[in-house]
Design a protein around this ligand. Structure first.
Ligand code: 9WO
Length: 225
């Protein structure tokens, strides 16, 4: 699966893409991430990407021409794949959306900064808007990175474990059971005896009960679904 990211700050993606699961998924050819600096598609001497808003009010708006130039150069016109704008106004990102996106061969991710992009970009270039939650951050880069991460986990083989994301929270509609590792006792706190019993049926039952109890206590809304 290919991700084409359009951003003014491509360098913020690199360290995360070069770590852990995403690094390995890239090395194994399961995902390919291309970072495109919108500034490279400006045509003026000063490489200007933003301007003051019509109607006043302060702040800056990302200009339409460099964004159209960048996206059309990379994805074509008409575009070869969806272009997702990361915005608090989008549909909410969930595990179901991540699974759906993981089925696509390619997606574009457009990251806004400042007060956002010229509305004509959203009307005539963007095909989908996604929000990762009801809050505002400095730009769309971190939300885009979250989408790349969550989607990659649903690409077969990306987790190295044949079970993949099967046991993750939300996949079965429940929160995860508690995890423990050595030592067996730390500062007087013991690991639950069920996990030390060696009885696999007992362990499975204990984990299921824990997952249910936690979900009931912390996220009763998930049980209703
Ligand atoms: C900034 C701002 C400043 C003064 C008055 C109003 C304002 N609105 C914004 C704003 O929404 N800025 C956005 C920053 C513009 C688009 C990119 N930015 C962004 C994306 N912030 N938060 C997101 C985001 C994306 C997906 N899911 C959650 C949040």
């Amino acid at each position: 699966m290919q991700f084409d990211v359009f951003t003014l700050f491509p360098e913020v993606f690199q360290p995360y893409l070069d770590s852990s699961i995403l690094q390995r998924a890239r090395e194994n050819g399961l995902i390919h991430v291309d970072l495109h600096n919108i500034r490279d598609w400006t045509t003026d001497k000063h490489h200007i990407t933003d301007d003051t808003p019509y109607g006043g009010g302060g702040g800056m708006v990302m200009k339409a021409p460099p964004i159209f130039n960048a996206v059309e150069a990379v994805l074509g016109a008409p575009p070869c794949c969806p272009l997702i704008y990361l915005s608090p106004q989008g549909r909410t990102f969930t595990t179901a959306v991540a699974r759906e996106l993981a089925l696509l061969p390619r997606i574009g991710l457009l990251c806004g900064r400042y007060e956002g992009v010229d509305e004509r970009v959203i009307e005539h270039l963007v095909t989908d808007q996604i929000s990762i939650g009801d809050f505002v951050v400095t730009g769309g880069e971190l939300p885009a990175m979250i989408i790349i991460d969550a989607v990659t986990r649903f690409i077969p083989g990306a987790l190295g474990d044949p079970q993949g994301a099967m046991n993750d929270s939300f996949t079965n509609g429940l929160l995860e059971y508690p995890h423990y590792t050595r030592p067996e006792e730390y500062r007087g706190w013991r690991v639950p005896p069920e996990l030390l019993s060696g009885n696999h049926a007992l362990i499975a039952r204990w984990r299921k009960e824990q997952a249910l109890a936690r979900t009931k206590a912390k996220r009763p809304d998930l049980l209703k679904k």
